[in-house]
Design a protein around this ligand. Sequence first.
Ligand SMILES: Cc1ncc(COP(=O)(O)O)c(C=O)c1O
Length: 379
Amino acid sequence: MDYKPRTRDNDKRYLMSSKISNFIPYGKQTIDEDDISHFIETLQSDFLTTGIKVSEFEQKIYEISNAKYCVSVSNGTAALHLSALALLNEGDKVLTTPNSFIATANSILYAQATPIFIDICEDGSIDLNLCEEALKKDKSIKAIFAVSFSGKILDQAKLRYLKDTYNIKILEDNAHTIGVKLTHSDISTFSFHPVKHIATGEGGAIVTNDKLLYEKIKMLRNHGQDDKHQMLELGFNYRLSDISCTLGLSQIKKLNKFTQKRQNIAKKYDEAFLNTIIKPLYKYTTNSFYHIYVVTVDFSKLDISRDKLFSQMRAKNIGLQVHYKPINKQPYYKNLNYGNESTPIMDKYFEQCFSLPCFPLLTSDEQEYVITTLKDILL
Ligand SMILES: Cc1ncc(COP(=O)(O)O)c(C=O)c1O
């Protein structure tokens, strides 16, 4: 098809971009002139860090999450780290998903606790029924660290049931969503990495309704000091700067627009792949924020491997990605004797999955180009 790459001349959104590339990645940030002018204002102000922008940003995050408290931190991994330290004790057993970025399970290890990997459902998220089976068998399990994989909101009713019935802590790693209401979980964490829903460069946040958790996490973020600069715990410098928070404040105004765009892209992919061997991970739903758009293809029935598909798409300037290699099968985890759990759905999913470009700046022409190129290669 007639695909015209964006250039400085034909697309004014690229005016601000210092690097122009025809490559279509699986995800990227949307930064406009408004973001840049706010950014400059903060650079010219008195506070580059620990200023008013931090509390303004935190307020926005707890408001959109319908939560009482928010602590901003330097990235999503720091958010998980501090949450794990606040929620867990050494040796605690924690159910978690193999289908996530490594940081989710790593945070359990940071707290000297023990991750237990549970298989996933067909939609890529942790199977909460299997979690219940595990909780029934082992009463010493203390928590679930779940991920709203790809941006699809976790089953809140089931989480609440598990929390109330088994008296466990629940952490939702919401790095793939933002704007999800905190209902019953103890903590929800976010990432503001550029491929996520809003970008602050690096950045993350924790929201909770529990004042004690909030105070503990706030203290751990700032070297373990209280408001009187007394060091009470061994903490960290995980603060997010005013520069980053300014960008976050500007980005968050556009969140609904960004989400709408991602959902439109997902809907169009769903329609394009209808009745083909390219299977959307789940049927289009407004219950997903579509951080990533994942499909599965049974490569065992084709002449082409996934690696070959990736290189052929890359040759056409399209980036695909695998989300995720099972965490329990990562070399580090194998050295800790993980990797032999029974996770048949995850294993099959990992063989077949890949993510297609999905981000607010993806144009209709570009999406058409991705669809046609993929179909040309696979169908
Ligand atoms: C599910 C999940 N959790 C945590 C993180 C870590 O976030 P960050 O990159 O901001 O440290 C990511 C980032 O990729 C993620 O996808």
